[in-house]
Design a protein around this ligand. Structure first.
Ligand SMILES: C[S@@+](CC[C@H](N)C(=O)[O-])C[C@H]1O[C@@H](n2cnc3c(N)ncnc32)[C@H](O)[C@@H]1O
Length: 296
């Protein structure tokens, strides 16, 4: 039922929202994500992959999560890894706490523990997971999150204003590509300014057209014009080289790729919009990019 609604929602979002109501659709989406891509063990594996590549130690750090989304599982993983505090932010409030509860309840907690264990003591992880399980077994409320050191700050547009507190880790997953291209520089500058000495930024960026990433991952590169509204939904079309250039322009940070995955060049459109800055086919067909930046 959920999957069918989700599929129909992708094809005709207006129709589904009209039929079921926007709030109900958001809740259904959140529940679906909670038991799939945002399940605690799945997100733990995703974060472990990034930590394996970046060698970042989260213990004792203040983490700022950009675009935390409907299910705040990443914030819980930063907590499990020993973050001193987690500030989960979003452009608009959309966190769904019952879904977060489902993300924990449906996970295989021993897998979360094992995949995170290269980055935090196994016994400490066991204790934190048991406490998390206990806390979320009741009704999950904002105070529960605060007990875990997780603060939710939304709405917050970091392209318009700074957080204004020093942070040690800035992290985002599938967020930066939704930021309109003109807002990317101010947003990066604002978060980098709040990054304390020794601080790290970790960004995983999905560079495909979000309309149909499986079958037409680069269709949007041919479209013109491509206004900010479309950029927010389908991705801002910035290619890997442009992300590297913009992050490298931040003063005092050393940046490197963690990964840059590519897809078949045959998937590229013949006629790329000249407004898309790029360095050739390999740059255009880069589908996923993760960058780590360290402040000296
Ligand atoms: C695909 S979701 C990813 C959510 C979450 N990071 C995750 O991995 O599940 C994209 C997120 O980016 C946020 N977002 C979109 N535009 C943004 C902007 N200009 N500034 C900050 N966040 C933005 C959305 O509100 C949403 O939470």
């Amino acid at each position: 039922m959920l999957e069918r609604l989700e599929r129909l929602g992708g094809l005709a979002p207006g129709l589904v929202r009209g039929l079921v109501g926007a709030a109900r659709v958001d809740a259904l989406r959140a529940r679906l994500q909670a038991t799939s891509s945002k399940r605690l063990d799945v997100v733990a594996a995703q974060v472990a992959h990034l930590l394996h590549l970046s060698r970042v130690d989260v213990r004792g750090r203040v983490c700022l999560e950009l675009g935390a989304g409907r299910v705040l599982t990443h914030a819980l993983v930063w907590h499990l890894l020993g973050a001193r505090a987690v500030i989960a932010t979003d452009l608009e409030p959309q966190a769904h706490l019952p879904a977060l509860r489902a993300a924990v309840a449906s996970a295989t907690l021993s897998i979360a523990r094992d995949v995170l264990s290269p980055f935090e003591d196994h016994e400490v992880l066991r204790e934190r997971l048991l406490r998390l399980e206990r806390l979320v077994s009741g009704r999950l409320v904002p105070e529960t999150l605060r007990d875990l050191g997780v603060e939710y700050v939304a709405p917050l547009d970091l392209a318009r204003r700074r957080l204004g507190r020093p942070v040690d880790l800035v992290a985002s997953n599938s967020v930066l590509e939704h930021v309109p291209a003109d807002d990317v520089e101010p947003l990066l500058a604002n978060v980098a300014t709040d990054l304390a000495p020794g601080g790290v930024m970790l960004h995983a960026i999905h560079l495909e057209d979000h309309l149909d990433p499986a079958r037409a991952p680069f269709r949007f590169l041919a479209e013109r014009p491509f206004p900010p509204g479309e950029q927010g939904q389908r991705g801002n079309r910035l290619r890997a080289s442009e992300w590297r250039r913009r992050v490298a322009a931040l003063p005092g940070l050393e940046t490197r790729d963690l990964y840059a995955w590519r897809r078949d060049a045959a998937l590229l459109p013949r006629d790329v919009d000249p407004a898309v800055a790029h360095e050739g086919p390999d740059d255009l067909r880069t589908s996923h990019l993760a960058l780590v930046s360290v402040r000296a």
